[in-house]
Structure formats: C-alpha cells, structure tokens
Design a binder for this molecule. Structure first.
Ligand SMILES: Cc1cn([C@H]2C[C@H](O)[C@@H](COP(=O)(O)OP(=O)(O)OP(=O)(O)O)O2)c(=O)[nH]c1=O
Length: 189
C-alpha cells in the first residue's frame, strides 16, 4: 500500500523521515480551520486532522496520513497566528503560564479513519515585552500554532514539558508508528 502524507508542513515530513518513513506522495489538504462556536481544543484538533484526511484524494492502493497541532490555553484555541499582532497576543497570554499542545493524527485507509490524539503539557517562563518583540522579529512564529516553535529560538521559553516533544513539533512519533504499523509500514510494522 502506498502512503500519502496529507500535509504542507515540512516538520511532518522531517519527523516521518526521523523514523525512516518516506511517503510515496505529499498532497497538502486545504480545509477551513475555523473553530465551531464553543468548540473545545481537543475535539477541534481531532476534527481538523479528520477533515484533512477526508479532503485527500486517494487511489485504491493509497492510505493517507494527516495531523493537526493546536495550542490550548484553558478552553482557548490558539491556531496559527494570522499576523505579528496575533502572534504577540498569543505569547503575552502564554507567558508565565501552563498550557497544552494537542496533536491529532489520522490515518485514512479506504473509508476507515484510524485516529490518535496526544496532549502535551508545557510551561512557558515569564517573558519580558522586549523578549517577545525580539522573538517576533525572527519571524519564527509564522505558521506555528500558538505563535511559537519549540524546535527554534522559542525552545528557550519553555521551562517544562510533560508529554511528547515530537507531538509539539507536529507529529507524535510513537502513536504515528502504531498507526503506520496497521498498514505494514514504519518502525513498528
Ligand atoms: C506549538 C508548535 C507548533 N508547531 C507547528 C506544527 C504545525 O506545522 C503548525 C500547526 O499547524 P497545523 O494546522 O497543525 O499544520 P500546518 O498548517 O503547518 O500543515 P498541514 O495542515 O498541511 O499538515 O505549528 C511547531 O512547529 N512547533 C511548535 O512548538
């Protein structure tokens, strides 16, 4: 069976490569990422991963892998910031607080959807306004949920993590390996 990665994220491709998996094709799935009224972060994230999988066009011999990463501060959903001002607002809200990063991964095989969700807890140390502005200047926040990337300069802002580092970066390696094993692929096959 061929594996199609339904993602435009270079991180997801790299994380697959880290476990020795190279997809046969990469087909980014474009969906509407607007949360529903009062939708909570975890169900929202699971719905996004599933809708990305549903949006994929797959051949009969193809399985599709998609994922979604969402930062959650209490019930608040923080997706990819629209602009610098929104990234700054996210960071000011996260500064000195604990939050969660939810990553949902979905494997579509025919009309069957096999899904996993991973919740990682993190603590961001208090950030000064000057530090936030310097980070925003790096542009590293672009395209990253919550307006930060733990794998870049923002790694120095995270004082504690409980859960899966790879899930925060975009793909939980262990759970993805389990899903891929169900189609005979990856390190756990
Ligand atoms: C919190 C955090 C998120 N991110 C990234 C992972 C995801 O790429 C992004 C969240 O956006 P997503 O909507 O999950 O993914 P995407 O739009 O980049 O790609 P696609 O939907 O095509 O798969 O934030 C980091 O790289 N590091 C981090 O520390």
């Amino acid at each position: 069976m061929r594996l199609v990665l339904g993602s435009a994220s270079p991180r997801r491709l790299e994380l697959l490569a880290q476990m020795g998996v190279e997809p046969d094709a990469v087909r980014p799935a474009d969906i509407d990422e607007t949360p529903a009224p009062r939708e909570e972060p975890r169900p929202y994230c699971a719905r996004m991963a599933r809708e990305k999988a549903q949006a994929l066009t797959l051949g009969a011999d193809e399985a599709g892998l998609t994922a979604d990463t969402t930062v959650s501060l209490g019930r608040r959903i923080m997706g990819k910031p629209e602009d610098r001002a929104e990234a700054g607002a996210f960071l000011r809200a996260l500064s000195g607080r604990r939050h969660r990063v939810v990553t949902a991964v979905c494997l579509r095989v025919g009309d069957e959807y096999r899904a996993r969700e991973v919740v990682t807890r993190l603590k961001m140390r208090p950030l000064s306004e000057a530090e936030i502005e310097r980070y925003l200047d790096t542009e590293d926040w672009r395209g990253k949920a919550g307006g930060y990337g733990i794998q870049g300069p923002a790694g120095a802002m995270i004082s504690w993590i409980g859960g899966s580092y790879s899930a925060v970066v975009g793909l939980p390696l262990s759970e993805t390996a389990t899903l891929l094993a169900s189609i005979g692929k990856g390190p756990a096959a």
